[in-house]
Ligand binder design. Structure first.
Ligand code: ATP
Ligand code: MG
Length: 190
C-alpha cells in the first residue's frame, strides 16, 4: 500500500523542478500539493501576516488519500508541507536542503517581501521541514539531500539515490554549524 515518495523542503529549494523531472524520466505519477489544494478547493484563505495560503488540512488529506488509492501506480507527492500525506502511503520522504545563503538569493529573486524571505530562510536553518517529516513518517523513512552546488541533473541523481534508501540520514545537514564555521551565522539572526 506504500506507493508514495514524498519530496519536501523549504520553499525555493527545487522540489517542483526535481519532482517533475523524476516523474517524466522515471514514470511516477506526480501530485503537486499546491496545485492539488487549489484544484480541490482546499485553500482556506490567505494569511495576511506571512502572505501564504492557509490550507484546509483535513480536506487536502482526504483528497491526497483519494488520489493515492485511485491507481496502482507509484506516486511522487511534492510540497513544502509534505508531512500532510497520510503516513500509511509513504514509502520514503526526501527532504531537499539548500545553503541558506543561496536560498535567500533565490527567494529575493522571486520578488518575495523581506519578511517572507527571512521567515523561509530561518525555517531552512532550523530544519523545519526535516523535523516535520521525521515527526510524521519516522526517522527511518526520511533522508536528506543537499542540493547546494548541484545542477538539476546531479540533484535528480541524488534524490533517486535517496528514494532507493541511500543518502544523508536526518541530522546530517547542519547549517548552524556550517554558517558559524564560516562566520556567516550572525547575519541571519536579526
Ligand atoms: N538544482 C538547481 N540549480 C539551480 N536552480 C535551480 C535548481 N533547482 C531549482 N532551481 C531553480 O530554483 C527555483 C525554485 O525551484 P522550484 O520552484 O522547483 O522550488 P520549490 O521547492 O518547488 O519551491 P516552492 O515550495 O515555492 O514551490 C526555480 O527558479 C528553479 O528553476
Ligand atoms: Mg514548488
Amino acid at each position: 500500500m506504500r506507493n508514495a515518495i514524498v519530496i519536501t523542503g523549504t520553499p525555493g529549494v527545487g522540489k517542483t523542478t526535481v519532482a517533475r523531472e523524476l516523474a517524466r524520466a522515471d514514470g511516477y505519477r506526480l501530485i503537486e500539493l499546491n496545485s492539488l489544494a487549489k484544484e480541490v478547493g482546499a485553500l482556506a484563505g490567505q494569511d495576511p501576516e506571512v502572505g501564504a495560503a492557509i490550507i484546509d488540512e483535513a480536506k487536502l488529506k482526504r483528497e491526497i488519500a483519494r488520489a493515492l488509492k485511485s491507481e496502482a501506480a507509484k506516486f511522487i507527492v511534492e510540497g513544502h508541507y509534505g508531512e500532510i500525506v497520510p503516513p500509511r502511503f509513504v514509502e520514503r520522504a526526501v527532504v531537499i536542503r539548500l545553503d541558506p545563503r543561496i536560498l535567500r538569493e533565490r527567494l529575493i529573486g522571486r520578488g518575495y517581501p523581506q519578511s517572507k524571505v527571512d521567515e523561509n530562510v530561518q525555517a531552512e536553518i532550523l530544519d523545519s521541514c526535516l523535523v516535520s517529516a521525521v515527526e510524521a513518517f519516522g526517522e527511518g523513512a526520511v533522508l536528506e539531500v543537499d542540493a547546494t552546488g548541484l545542477d538539476l541533473r546531479q540533484l535528480v541523481m541524488d534524490v533517486r539515490e535517496a528514494i532507493s534508501g541511500r543518502g544523508l540520514t536526518p541530522g546530517s545537514v547542519n547549517w548552524v554549524t556550517q554558517l558559524q564555521k564560516e562566520g556567516a551565522l550572525l547575519e541571519f539572526l536579526r
